[in-house]
Design a protein around this ligand. Sequence first.
Ligand code: NI
Length: 191
Amino acid sequence: MTVLPIVTVGDPVLRERAAEVGAERLATPEVQRLIDDMIETMRDAGGAGLAANQIGELLRIAVIEVDHNPRYPYKPPIPLTIVVNPIIEQIDDEQFENMEGCLSVPNMRGRVPRWVNVRVRYWDRDGNEHDEVRCGLAAGTFQHECDHLDGVVFLDRVIDTRTLTTWEMFERYHKDAFFEEMRQFVARVGS
Ligand code: NI
């Protein structure tokens, strides 16, 4: 497996819609290797997820994994999940404010509204269909990665740009309050 370079905001590939992956193409060694490399790249960078756009490939593939992530210590674990051709829909109108970051937006976080409850349909790397309900912070992670595949980055969804902060200033001024907010949120919605 290879750690690939991650493109950063300003690269036009982050602004393009990624293309659906057919079942035959998904099964090719090239795409399977790409998925392995995306997993390695996400883990190396300490991300909670990575979309193919972020390594310069316009395919509707994202990888997600949260396992005691030091960037996001308040996030409950998500086992490694490969999502291919995902379709995400809100289930109701309930929203929460997440404090998002992104490997393609170095050293920046900001508050973004996300749906609390979503239905996600996708294929895994073997082409098996999945139809799941995801809630809370896990739902937020899925929405962030699916956005990438549509050429959207979290900055586009920041309503109040005064919430933007570097990671250093987050640690200094915002972390304690936000972690407590998330602790209560996770206790309420369960993930
Ligand atoms: Ni991102």
